[in-house]
Structures are given as C-alpha cells and as structure tokens.
Design a protein around this ligand. Structure first.
Ligand code: GLA
Length: 345
C-alpha cells in the first residue's frame, strides 16, 4: 500500500453579506462542522482514480493529459490541473470522497470538495499548500473554469479559514479575514432545506451567473470598478433591475458591520432583525428567492425564529434561522455551529 492521507474541508453558512463577495464587499460566514473528506492513496503511477462514494460513481484520468468532463468529475480534474499549473508535482492517486454537506443545499458542498481535493493531492505529493487566500483563489478557478459556476471567493475562504466559535469578517476588496466571536449562549442557528435544489453552475442564463453579470453592468453604467464604490444616491439613478441589484449589495455590506456591532453587544434580537432585513433585500431587490424558499423562511418564523433568510446563491437550497432559547426549531432543521477550517487528519 502507498502513502495514505486524509483531508477534511467544511461547508459554510454565511451569517450575512450575500452576493457581496464578487462585488468587493463584506460578508460574515463561518465554517460548519459538516464537510467533505478525501482519502488519498498513492498508486505509484500517473493516473488519478476517483470514487465518489455518495454518488456511487467513478472517474479515472491521466495527470499528464487532463481532459475536461462535466458534472462532479470536473472537480478532481480541475483541482489536479490547477495545482499542476502552479508548479505542484502531483503523484498518481486513488481518491475516495465522502461528504456530510447536502449537495445543492447552498451550504457550499462544492467549495468543501475543491478544498479537500487540493489539500489531499498536495499532501500526497509532499507539497506545502499555498497561503489560504491563494489556495482559495485556485479553488475558485476550479469552480469558474472547470465546473462553470462564476462564483466568488466566499465559500473557499470560509472553508479554509474557519475557526470554532468564530465567524469571519471577510473584506473582499482587501481580502482581509478577521475572526469575530459568535457567542450564541442558549440561542441557536439552524438551517432548513427548502426542498429545492440549487445549482450555480451551467450556462450563462442561470440565475447566479446572470446576477453577477447584472452587477457588472451596474458598475459599467456608473463608471466604477465595483459596487463597493457605489453610494445609495448613485444607485438611485440606475434603471431596474440594476438599481435593485446595487441597492442590495450596498445595504448588505452595511448589515455586515451592523451585525458585528450587535454580536459585540450580545444583542441577538438585533441580529435576527438584520437577518430578516437581508432576506427582504435578497427577495425584493436581488430577486433570488422562490416560493419554496419563502415557505421555508415562513416555517422558521412560525416556529419562533427571530430572524430567517436564504443563504448562498439563492434560487433554492437551505435557509438559515436564528432561534431564541424559548423557541423550538422544526424537527427537520439542522443545527449549525462554527467549526474548524480545512485540515489534514
Ligand atoms: C454562492 C457563491 C459565493 C457567493 C454566494 C452568495 O455561495 O459560491 O461565491 O457569491 O453564493 O453570497
């Protein structure tokens, strides 16, 4: 048997600051304890054989001639190709992938998979991983150029930099990551499945990629490089839907700072109100909610959540709820807690 390494990378929940990452804005994610595990064994040849256990599916490719493949196969191929392009001297491997993050849930199963694959492939080759932000960028190239989703850096940064009991204030302009204590006491954060699977990948017409293009269009119309430079007065002059897109980003950036302030004062009711305001903005200005998402948010609020909102790319997936000690989340909700970032086991 050859060398054997095990890498784990977590999914994430974004407390607040949605669709701000690719607009050089602010977000407040945390890594969750659910994630993806990749066990890698050296085979002594130049092939990579991948077994996606949960899918019951296999892939097999040559490290010296990596061809593209659709769907889940794009991840290992993209990770190997992008690592090789940075000069890493990878070795042939047998990879076994298992996961506890529901796929298509908006909890970042994709980023967890990219990060775990990269850590495992590098460790097997006895190569040191690059600094977190560089590795996050590399993983996002896998997602953008191999998987076909024009996503930002939020998920990869959260998966790599996560810390127990902390959320992360991420400034996507400076790429500064600052841990923020997430002290919930008897309160709890839960996610609830809307029952609608979402996908950020696919053709340019999918909702996520279209929103990203609209944000770019808003910048072009205003002659700025990013929505971080746009004031409410500037946004007010844009035609719909660009105005709504810009207004959402501006206001969610502010809500990130307000949430950090409320957490510092242990005012969790105020955090709940900010989650509700973020959801309203995502629904009405960014227009990425659906009937199923609304129903899931309502279920959380009916159960006593003091705040609830959609998380991640939108158009389905899980929703997030903040519950006070005296309220009981629905039975099928999943309690989420900040856990450690990606690591070798
Ligand atoms: C998805 C993307 C992230 C981010 C969020 C929305 O999770 O992968 O880059 O844009 O949507 O905040």
């Amino acid at each position: 048997m050859g060398d054997l390494v095990t890498a784990f990378a977590p999914g994430r929940v974004n407390l607040i600051g949605e669709h701000t990452d690719y607009n050089e804005g602010l977000a407040l994610p945390f890594a969750i304890t659910e994630g993806v595990t990749v066990v890698a064994e050296a085979t002594g040849d130049r092939r990579v054989r991948v077994h996606a256990v949960d899918l019951g599916a296999h892939d097999d490719f040559d490290l010296d001639r990596i061809e593209r493949a659709p769907g889940w196969r794009a991840f290992a191929r993209g990770a190997a190709a992008e690592l090789t392009a940075t000069g890493a001297r990878l070795v042939g491997a047998r990879l076994r992938i298992t996961g506890t993050v529901p796929r298509g849930s908006g909890l970042s199963s994709s980023a967890a998979l990219e990060v775990a694959l990269c850590l495992a492939l590098l460790a097997l080759a006895h190569e040191d991983p690059p600094p977190d932000i560089e590795l996050a960028r590399l993983c996002s190239r896998v997602e953008n150029e191999w998987v076909g989703a024009q996503t930002g850096l939020l998920d990869q940064v959260a998966s790599l930099c996560g810390e127990p009991e902390r959320a992360l204030r991420v400034d996507f302009r400076s790429l500064e990551v600052s841990p923020v204590p997430l002290e919930l006491g008897d309160w709890s954060l839960v996610t609830l499945d809307s029952g609608e699977s979402h996908a950020n990948a696919g053709d340019a017409e999918n909702g996520y990629n279209r929103r990203r293009a609209e944000c770019r269009e808003a910048c072009e119309a205003l002659g700025v490089d990013s929505l971080r430079d746009v004031t409410p007065e500037m946004a007010a002059g844009l035609p719909w839907p660009l105005r709504g897109r810009a207004e959402h980003v501006i206001s969610d950036n502010e809500r990130v700072e307000q949430t950090i302030g409320a957490l510092a004062e242990r005012d969790l009711r105020a955090v709940g109100e900010l989650l509700n305001a973020s959801h309203a903005s995502l629904r009405d200005c960014f227009e990425i909610s659906t009937d199923a998402v609304e129903a899931a948010v309502e279920r959380l609020r009916d159960a006593g959540a003091s705040g609830a909102r959609l998380v991640g790319g939108g158009f389905g997936g899980h929703v997030l709820g903040l519950f006070p000690p005296d309220a009981r989340p629905p039975e099928d909700a999943l309690e989420v807690e900040p856990g450690p970032g990606a690591h070798l086991r």
